[in-house]
Design a protein around this ligand. Structure first.
Ligand SMILES: Cc1ncc(COP(=O)(O)O)c(C=O)c1O
Length: 461
């Protein structure tokens, strides 16, 4: 098909995030112009089931009238005011109260950002600031994990443990360390149980802390489930053991709930699903169901007290974004959380999860699939060249991209993740019939991918 008028103009004007810019000049974009429920529609009117909720974020799907009304009302009442210099407004105050009320562990205060990346950058800065306040200027290093995803701003991209976020961006910055990925299928030793694997990962973390010197390690940041790294579910007992190590060395635990927060795993927070008791928490995305760019950082009492004493000394907390606590975003987040609670969205996720996970697990029998993994309404399947040896396809064969393209042809949007894993993360409001439709289309796409792989002999090493 020739490129549409919009596609030609796109190529002439836009730099696309996370896109092969050279290839894009030939293939052009998929132009999505409308959404309703769990479906989006391209410029030609073709419907796609949005199996990724956009970027793991459109939890309530598309076209929610209540949210549209709240936005319009707030814009009419007060389109902008801010929180700098001690100014405030009711939507931000109410939203902070609500977040404290539902937080997975006792949180003292909330700082607002516009994105998950800004939330995690803020975490890094607040931790550094705190440890200066506490008179331990050496305690500044932050540990994250290989394959963890924490965003793309300079500190957040450094925390992210994926090569494409570092290569030729001259990252990571100094003082950011990466420890092992809790992926049993790929990283466990032969015969190693999940429990033993978790113990080994905690031991490795402790060895790293001891090697660097506990007096230099400030924080550990982790997503309850690694999302963009491939939807990696931690082995049983992992976070319990990790937290014992952190507590022994007075290392703060930051939960990056940007994907898991607000019901994705079948509980309000991933931290609750995996027994995490974070000292600090980042959230974004489903905070407004992606109807407005908004992120939040929650911190506990000790961190807050330190910020107070340091800002007293310096004269100000010299950090904040123009749109920190934007009144429209705050009002929309409040309405979003009200809808989650009123409609019992989290309980409904837990109720729909068995069907979703059963359909996902059934794909493990497919000749292309090495592993399926998931919890709640999130999952992935990892395609391999050889199931018995778990040998991956060569990256340059781009099997994941091929599969996602077949999904697109079938009217399904999914995401190609590292190692030819296909991510699935639909809006939380997806119905049971739509879950079946999603997996029916995915099965067809997998069959077509398998046909291409066989016809082109792509399994050859
Ligand atoms: C776990 C996690 N943290 C942080 C981010 C970064 O958020 P943003 O893209 O809003 O900056 C993401 C984005 O996908 C994420 O998945």
């Amino acid at each position: 098909m020739p490129l549409s008028n919009s596609a030609v103009r796109d190529i002439e004007t836009l730099v696309h995030p996370y896109t092969n810019l050279a290839l894009h000049r030939e293939t052009g974009p998929l132009v999505i112009n409308r959404g309703e429920g769990v479906f989006v529609y391209d410029e030609h009117g073709k419907a796609y089931l949005e199996g990724m909720a956009g970027l793991w974020c459109a939890a309530l799907g598309y076209g929610n009238e209540e949210l549209a009304e709240v936005a319009a009302r707030q814009i009419r009442t007060l389109s902008f005011t801010h929180l700098f210099g001690g100014k405030s407004h009711d939507p931000a105050i109410e939203l902070a109260e609500k977040l404290k009320e539902i937080a997975p562990s006792p949180m003292s205060k909330v700082f607002f950002t516009c994105s998950g990346s800004e939330a995690n950058d803020t975490q890094v800065k607040l931790i550094w600031y705190m440890n200066n306040a506490l008179g331990r200027p050496q305690k500044k290093k932050i540990i994250s994990r290989i394959k963890g995803y924490h965003g793309v701003t300079i500190a957040s991209a450094s925390l992210t443990g994926l090569p494409n976020n570092h290569i030729d961006f001259d990252l990571p910055i100094p003082g950011i360390l990466h420890t092992g990925t809790p992926h049993h299928y790929r990283n466990a030793l032969p015969g190693e149980s999940e429990v033993d694997f978790a113990t080994r990962l905690a031991d490795e973390l402790e060895a790293l802390i001891l090697k660097e010197g506990p007096e230099t390690i400030a924080a550990f940041i982790a997503e309850p489930i690694m999302g963009a790294g491939g939807v990696i579910i931690p082995p049983t007992t992992y976070f319990e053991k990790i937290q014992e190590v952190l507590q022994r060395h007075d290392v703060v635990l930051i939960a990056d709930e940007v994907i898991c927060g607000f019901g994705r795993t079948g509980k309000m927070w991933g931290s609750q699903t995996f027994n995490m008791q974070p000292n600090a928490l980042s959230c974004a995305k489903a905070l407004t169901s992606a109807y407005f760019p908004l992120g939040a950082v929650m911190i506990d009492e000790r961190m807050y007290d330190a910020l107070v004493s340091e800002s007293r000394k310096i004269g100000t907390l010299g950090h904040g974004f123009t749109y920190s606590g934007h009144p429209v975003g705050s009002a929309m987040a409040l309405k979003t959380i009200e809808i989650y609670q009123r409609e019992r969205i989290v309980e409904k996720v837990a109720a729909k999860a068995p069907q979703f996970q059963k359909r996902l697990k059934a794909l493990a029998d497919h000749p292309l699939v090495g592993e399926t993994r998931g919890i709640g309404l999130i999952g992935a399947l990892e395609m391999v060249a050889d199931k018995a040896s778990k040998r991956s396809f060569e990256a340059k064969k781009m099997i994941g991209a091929m599969c996602v393209k077949h999904c697109e042809k079938e009217g399904l949007i999914l995401r190609n993740l590292p190692n030819d894993a296909i991510g699935i993360c639909p809006p939380l409001v997806i119905s049971e019939a739509e879950i079946d439709l999603l997996f029916d289309r995915l099965t067809t796409a997998l069959d077509k991918t398998e046909a291409d792989v066989s016809a082109q002999n792509l399994r050859a090493a």
